[in-house]
Design a protein around this ligand. Sequence first.
Ligand code: BMA
Length: 790
Amino acid sequence: MDLAGSWRLSDEVGEYDVPFALPGDGVTALHAAGVIPDPYWGLNEYGLRWIADRDWTASRNFDHDGGDCELVIDGLDTVAEVRLNGMCVLRAANAHRRWRVPVAGLLRAGDNRIDITFRSVVREGAARQAAQPFPIPYHQPNCPIPNGNMLRKPQCDFGWDWNIALPTFGLWGKVALDPVAERVGDIIVAQRHDAGLAEVSLRVETTAADATATLCGVTAAAPAVNGTATLTLRIPKPQLWWPAGQGAQVLHDLVVTAGTATATRRIGLRDIRLVSEPDAAGRSFGFAVNGRPVFAKGANWIPADALHGRITQGAVRDLLQSALDAHMNMIRVWGGGRYEPDWFYDLCDELGLMVWQDFMFACHLYPSTPDFLTEVAEEIRDVVGRLNHHACIALWCGDNELIGALGWFEESRRDRDRYLVNYDRLNRTIESALFESLPGANWWPSSPSPGPLAFGDAWHDDSSGDMHFWSVWHEGRDFDHYRDVKPRFCSEFGFQSYPSLSAIATFADRSDWNIAAPVMESHQKNAGGNARIAETMFRTFRFPVDFPSFVYLSQVQQGVAIHTAVTAWRALKPHCMGALYWQLNDTWPVCSWSSLDHGGNWKLLHHMAWRFFAPITVIAVPQADTITLKAVNDLPDEAYITLHVQAVNMAGQIRPLVETDTTLCTKGATPCTVIDRAQLQPDEVLHWHWSDGARASGADIFSPRAWKTFDLVDPKISQSVARDGDDWLITLKSHALAPFTALEADLPGRFSDNAFALIPGQDRMIRFTPSTEGTPRFTLRHLHAATYGT
Ligand code: BMA
């Protein structure tokens, strides 16, 4: 019996009593009831923090036949007591777990009542902190709401350097009464692949006496011993699952029957291996899928909304589809958010997006008291039991940045021994619980980490393991500094921009469209972030003429930053085997490192990602006197390209320099040609385009100096708009070089390309696919208009 649906929500002082749709969250319910304003608008956030200071109770009545049942609850957020007809049946304090509670004898025939009291996380956090044997500091600059590290709840709910601080509460999974019956619980799936054979071993939890499993027409059966049946299925000539860009995403139904119960899981047959071995440079880091090394391209995933009640499957599908459409093959589910629901991983299986799965610990210190570690071990077993069978899961990672965090607090700097041992107890608990459930899992202790039992500075040391390279954003170094490091795998690096005007309009009146307006500053959560954006513009561009141009230019420079990093590191393949930028999405409309606006609109970076993550790309590698053009091929087989290199001046006159054919292997970057910097005139930049015939083509531009040092020419771009079914076609014609030409629409939808260089004689036709009805108005932006004002 599903208990989801209409509940009531009331607070401890009796001030509110409103409808509460479960699954959902309390802040969303208060907003829906009209008793609080939209938390994302203007400065509203600050006036709503009191919600987390109170206890809240959700209640409903329901009819039942009084038969014996179990109460099933998932994603109970967070410190909660559940009462059935007044009797407490569950006390829980971990939003990441699933609960199944016998409630035999407590239900009656006819009317019944269920209440869930959610305790104030502010009070609970403080009480737990006070009970620690020694202080366990949390990251204050990120979290205006204290002690989030005491609670097993998404850590970004307490505020983050991109998140609103509004620790909500509620339920994001199921709430139901299951009749007591035979059941299939978790299914642990392990795969071993040998030439032409997939051996799939299952551990099936069940209350029945035995279990039978069928996969790809092969069946096996076994008795259950102590509630677990162990079976092996041998699948000859398996049809394999591949990540996007490498092959098909074939999924098979695994059907398990145990007594009267049946359960199905969608399985992809594949072998994903983390390859991390000592070598001459240090220690490698990369993934091999079905024996083939695959360069990981992607971004970091944070929760799809700050208020989980606002998350919809449709919106999440759209975000993941956008990742795929930008040629990504991996996302990292970052450790400060939540383990996503089952359907999220189903989508990743279908789309071919590999998932780097962090365990949910980020940027704080954490307790290592026995009760905390017991709770963590249960959480790991629970999460691994639920998610392990997904084809997409490539890696289980202990946490986000907990090793670095040892250096961020006075207490742990003073007594590193104590806090390092404290950390290792937690990390060991996570590792042991993972291997207990899933022996042989791909495990990485922390992100970033130089490797097992290595606690060095993986923010600056590029020799080993995965790296978080933040020197450009957090330390204010030039974009060129991305080229100074040679990461083995960069799992985080980012540069902020403003959200697009369409996203800004969802939280700010026109009168606040000014970067120094309090409303704009309140939607920037990284101290000094706006100053960094503005200061970087001074270095690279002439200053923008108005607010919309500022927003545009902030997105251009974000794209240029990440383009610089990704292309530099792709050119290092196979020394470097992955680049996941920070961050794919936003939890609310805010200045951030994301490439997708809250709501899913593509920022300019996302369009640039579509180009710089393309399977075949040609990269400029600048040296003191030369520029080498190198080609990278991530396709599964060899490719053959023709490359044209030319000099283009500001008026848009083209001077051909080189035409060359190159065969591209799959293993590493192939040099195509070397251009002498002296071959470029003072007002020329380098432009090149390539094609491998049917499969791929592309173009790119390299400016040998900062764009502000060039005297741009007004490109006088003409545009004509035509209808094509539901789409719109915009043809652009330029009369001078127009770098970073971009289109905006006043309706939601997607452009086929954006932020490209327009050259006279090379007209571009851009397709706009709207996602709503109406006639869009298009705004054209380019560097000259943004900085010269015409
Ligand atoms: C990283 C992340 C986040 C943070 C981001 C931007 O290191 O792990 O903690 O939001 O940096 O500062």
